[in-house]
Write a protein that binds this ligand. Structure first.
Ligand SMILES: Nc1ncnc2c1ncn2[C@@H]1O[C@H](COP(=O)(O)OP(=O)(O)O)[C@@H](O)[C@H]1O
Ligand SMILES: [Mg+2]
Length: 230
């Protein structure tokens, strides 16, 4: 037991190492990382480019498997989930904001957000209502009918944040969510993510190289060359 009480952590890592085997060399991107992330907190993974942040997020999301150590999600070792169960878990309980946004080019902002809701069986009119509310919350109602190719990087990023929030996921994972925004907008995004953790009682894990985000987070985990330094 710990100070967070009897609830299991949303995500737990124990001595996680990830090594990539290339043709002629191996890269150990994550080395012996251990921590737990709970509902209601925003954790910042802070480290320079190449320190292993993205690799760590893909491990937390069950998108890749550790070379050594264990990753658990919602109290269960990911090795014990079938591929199908993991897929469902991601569709229903995890929201992603990827570094490259990964918006669907052929869909408008509103449709990108609604697409997430189709996977968990939300009805058509509820999808509309929910997408409209998210567009409003992120102050991008004006983007509703526009396609990603007509948006700035910052606008795409906001749509990606709205989309990650659409399935009301318990775990939100964000890779450099403020990376392509002006400071003021970037801070707006981190405030929204912070509110999501606090008011929505979500577990939010953000990776960034930007030390300025630290003041909006509960806990900072510093990474250097794949290792936790604090
Ligand atoms: N799929 C991969 N194959 C080989 N090496 C990789 C792969 N993904 C990441 N790496 C390497 O792992 C290290 C950490 O990368 P990454 O997790 O992307 O760091 P960050 O997100 O902090 O910039 C880097 O040296 C990178 O080149
Ligand atoms: Mg990265």
């Amino acid at each position: 037991m710990n100070s967070h009480g009897p609830r299991p952590p949303i995500a737990g890592l124990a001595h996680v190492t990830k090594t990539f085997n290339g043709h002629d060399h191996r890269t150990t991107a994550v080395r012996d990382v251990s921590f737990e992330a709970f509902a209601g907190e925003l954790i910042l993974l802070l480290g320079p480019s190449g320190s292993g942040k993205t690799t760590l997020l893909t491990l937390i999301a069950g998108l890749s498997r550790p070379t050594a150590g264990t990753v658990s999600l919602f109290g269960r070792d990911i090795e014990r989930f079938s591929a199908k169960e993991l897929q469902r878990l991601r569709a229903e309980k995890i929201g992603f904001i990827f570094q490259t946004f990964l918006l669907i080019d052929s869909l408008t902002a509103r449709e990108n957000i609604e697409a997430v809701l189709r996977f968990n069986g939300t009805g058509r009119s509820a999808r509309r209502t929910k997408a409209a509310a998210l567009l409003r919350r992120l102050q991008i109602e004006y983007l509703a009918g526009r396609f990603p190719r007509t948006m700035s990087q910052g606008e795409k990023q906001r749509v990606a944040v709205a989309r990650a929030m659409a399935n009301d996921a318990e775990l939100i994972i964000a890779d450099e969510p403020t990376g392509s925004l002006e400071t003021k907008q970037g801070l707006g995004i981190i405030r929204i993510l912070h509110a999501l953790a606090k008011e929505g009682n979500k577990c939010v894990i953000v990776a960034s190289h930007d030390l300025r985000l630290a003041e909006f987070t509960d806990r900072v985990i510093r990474l250097e060359d794949g290792r936790m330094t604090s």
